[in-house]
Design a binder for this molecule. Structure first.
Ligand SMILES: [Zn+2]
Ligand SMILES: [Zn+2]
Length: 243
């Protein structure tokens, strides 16, 4: 009985050597869901689970740093590790883009479009969503399972609040793309802003992710810790976090 996530990638916007883009393997009571499939995350996914054994895939938005590897995953389960009917949930635009490459998504994928008001139940996990402050339809996620709650910001600017995911968040996984000096509207958060929104939501714990290449993550962490009023963790590739 526990909720946990393994970081498959934590690099913001593009992958760098040793760091894939956004992706997480979320698990509770034997249910395994791949949340966001940024470039490089399929490689890391295979360290932790047989690709055909996933219970589902949930994608937050249509920026390719959050879904590009689902196109390669389609090839894996079509030809190499056969599996049909893999459940996928995403905003409509992601499905459209993937279907440009793989026109016959079914029967390999059983794809369902989700919006701000959707509820997705997959095994021991329940997902609800909140549209964030980001240029395309982007869904933050409240993920419940094993008696715990994970709040994932996906990508967002400071015009959205983690409080939109409701109370009782045990762990907040929040994007931190900028230093305080780089803060601006409508795109991404700084570490400091990630901490402010996590604190407003009453999150017990804060893990920073979507760390922008070229920035020292320790600077983001220090700026976040000051605003959070306590220790802040960084998302480390292939580490497992028990919520
Ligand atoms: Zn992103
Ligand atoms: Zn984005």
């Amino acid at each position: 009985m526990s909720l946990a996530f393994t970081v498959l990638g934590s690099s913001g916007s593009f992958p760098v050597p040793d760091r894939a883009c956004s992706g997480y393997l979320v698990e509770a009571d034997g249910t395994k869901v791949w949340v966001d499939a940024g470039p490089g995350t399929l490689a890391n996914l295979q360290r932790h689970v047989a690709p055909e054994a996933l219970d589902g895939i949930v994608l937050s938005h249509a920026h390719p740093d959050h879904w590009a590897d689902v196109m390669s995953y389609f090839v894996v389960v079509s030809h190499f590790r056969p599996r049909q009917g893999v459940p996928v949930w995403s905003p409509a635009r992601v499905r459209t883009l993937v279907a440009e490459v793989h026109p016959n998504l079914a029967p390999t994928f059983e794809w369902t479009e989700v919006t701000d008001s959707s509820v997705v139940k997959v095994g021991a996990l329940t997902f609800t969503f909140s549209r964030t402050d980001h240029p395309v339809e982007t869904l933050a996620m409240r993920i419940e399972g094993g008696g715990s709650v994970l709040g994932y910001s996906a990508d967002t600017g400071p015009g959205w609040s983690l409080t939109e995911l409701g109370p009782g968040i045990d762990c907040a996984l929040v994007e931190a793309s900028f230093t305080r000096a780089q803060e601006r509207e409508g795109l991404h958060l700084s570490g400091r802003q990630a901490a402010i929104t996590a604190r407003a939501a009453g999150a017990a714990r804060l893990v920073l992710t979507h760390l922008q290449p070229g920035l020292d993550p320790e600077v983001l962490r220090a700026e976040a810790a000051e605003a959070f009023g306590g220790p802040v963790e960084l998302a480390v590739e292939n580490e497992r976090y028990v919520v």
